[in-house]
Design a protein around this ligand. Structure first.
Ligand code: NVA
Length: 302
């Protein structure tokens, strides 16, 4: 059966562990030897770099496609774009505005489709974050706490699901209107979180947490909301005082790019508890491990 990765819970907890193990393996299997990977980007990115290099490390050949080159649902439907690319490639990976475009592409082909960020989710970032958290606390993360502060973004959702699958408690300190939907918190509990909660009060957001995380106050495509959002999110900035409430060995994560002085201060981002650069480095390992697992799993089951 073809396996896709559109959200982290497309993997069960055991499969997620297998992916994490592949990410840290010193010996990647050349599953893409002599084969292509189509990488579609509807939004600007640095992810192109980690994904292209992951394909190269798996022996494959990445082809980078910009919106004007594919024009999904303009010149051709998402399904037909995917069908055409599947004639030449062994994987399609795409960064899109609308998550349903990924679902439609996945439904049309028998090669893996991988989400490189959509409006809903960012599973490869969540895998990179788990690698970073495991490097700090070891592979058994049950009972640890992840606290997300700010906007409940695509990154927040996937990380919440991923931490839940490790048995971590998850807390979201977000202003009303930018908080996790109840269904997502329920899903996190179902996935294994001992508790999953939302609180709109930033006063003691950092309290007792092991992993403190934030993201931009306005994501790609939301720039027009900047003036509206800034005053709402101002009290949710991650600063030294918030990090000081956390466990003494707590770490700070951010998917980057960071808006220094907005969602996080320089002092935290550049401070001793920040792990944002190992986290960025883990994006390559995450892409490589996930692609390797997906290609092998899809072909083994066929
Ligand atoms: N939430 C951000 C993440 C960027 C990696 C965005 O969607 O722009």
């Amino acid at each position: 059966m073809t396996r896709h990765l559109l959200e982290i819970d497309d993997l069960n907890p055991e499969e997620l562990h297998q992916v994490l193990d592949r990410c840290t393996s010193a010996h990647p299997v050349h599953v893409l030897d002599g084969r292509g990977a189509a990488l579609i980007f509807e939004k600007p990115n640095r992810t192109r770099n980690s994904t292209e290099m992951a394909v190269v490390e798996l022996g494959g050949h990445p082809i980078y496609l910009t919106p004007d080159q594919v024009d999904i649902d303009g010149r051709e439907s998402a399904e037909d774009v995917a069908r055409t690319l599947a004639c030449y490639h062994s994987v399609i990976a795409a960064r899109v505005f609308d998550h349903t475009v990924l679902e439609r592409m996945a439904g049309a082909v028998t090669i893996p489709v991988v989400n490189l960020l959509s409006d809903l989710s960012h599973p490869l970032q969540a895998i990179a974050d788990l690698l970073t958290i495991r490097a700090e606390y070891g592979p058994d993360l049950a009972g640890r706490t992840m606290t997300w502060v700010g906007d409940y973004s695509n990154v927040a959702r996937s990380l919440g699901f991923a931490c839940a699958m490790q048995g971590m408690g998850v807390r979201f300190t977000c202003p009303d209107g930018y908080a996790p939907p109840a269904a997502d918190l329920e899903r996190m509990a179902e996935l294994g979180a001992p508790w999953a909660e939302h609180d709109d009060d930033p006063a003691d957001a950092g309290k007792g947490t092991h992993v403190l995380v934030t993201d931009a106050w306005y994501s790609m495509g939301q720039e027009a909301e900047k003036a509206l959002r800034k005053p709402i999110f101002e009290p949710y900035r991650v600063d030294r005082a918030m990090l000081d409430q956390a466990e003494p060995d707590a770490i700070f994560l951010h998917c980057l790019p960071a808006h220094r002085g907005e969602e996080v201060t320089d002092e935290v981002l550049d401070g001793p508890q920040s792990r944002v650069w190992p986290e960025a480095q883990n994006r390559l390992a995450a892409a490589r491990g996930a692609l390797e697992w997906l290609v092998l799993a899809s072909e083994t089951d066929r």
